[in-house]
Write a protein that binds this ligand. Structure first.
Ligand code: G3P
Length: 218
């Protein structure tokens, strides 16, 4: 499964990229605004920090013509840019246009399998299924992920199912169980994926025993 970090903070991308396990970065208007730098500047810096990674940059307009202009603009910035498009009617139309041109897309704000079907049929590269925001409403967000993975497999769509709105490492585990292709998560969640108290206590004991014995390597 691919791991993406969900952030507009260049320093977080730098740290996650150093681990060598990062496949891409997703941004959204909220995260770019929070990052505090210009949109193009941030996206280009992220592309540089994650060579070959898929870097999602979202269009802002909600009418087809302006969305198309914005999509062509952001995709011209760097070959790694994936145009992020909301699942609205002009958005689906835009995804079809971009897909026909060979421009990669990430369809965002997807909550149901029927929405995901529209994105898949339009040729979306990634379908961003939001989980945490559904869980917040006392409903299981991961059900739509599992059903979307099944839908993509059953009908042979090329789209990858991307689990977004991830709130904790268990969401990542559940995304794996559902067979999702990608999980994007805040930097702090990716950091938490390393952690286990038994790893820490086990390592402390190994090193204590080693040092007590006065051993050295080489
Ligand atoms: O970028 C989309 C997504 O991952 C947002 O997550 O935590 O704002 O629901 P959240």
């Amino acid at each position: 499964m691919k791991l993406f970090v969900d952030t507009g903070d260049v320093e977080e991308v730098r740290k996650a990229a150093e681990w060598g396990v990062l496949d891409g970065v997703t941004t959204n208007p909220t995260l770019i605004a929070k990052g505090g730098k210009g949109f193009k500047e941030t996206v280009l810096k992220i592309c540089e920090l994650v060579p070959g990674g898929a870097i999602s940059a979202e269009v802002i307009a909600t009418d087809y013509d302006t969305m198309l202009k914005e999509a062509l603009e952001v995709s011209s910035w760097h070959p790694q840019v994936v145009v992020k498009v909301p699942l609205i009617e002009p958005g689906v139309r835009l995804v079809k246009t971009l897909s026909d041109k060979g421009i990669r897309t990430n369809v965002t704000l997807v909550f149901t399998v029927s929405q995901a079907l529209m994105a898949a049929k339009a040729g979306a590269t990634y379908i961003s299924n939001f989980v945490g925001r559904v869980d917040d409403l006392s409903t299981d967000g991961m059900t739509a992920v599992a059903n979307t993975v099944a839908m993509v497999d059953t009908y042979g769509f090329q789209s990858e199912v991307l689990v977004a709105s991830v709130r904790h490492p268990l969401h990542v585990v559940q995304a794996i169980e559902a067979g999702a292709h990608v999980a994007t998560m805040p930097f702090k969640i990716m950091e938490m994926m390393f952690k286990h108290p038994l790893t820490d206590s086990g390592l402390t004991r190994f090193l204590d025993d080693w040092n007590k014995a006065g051993l050295t390597i080489g």
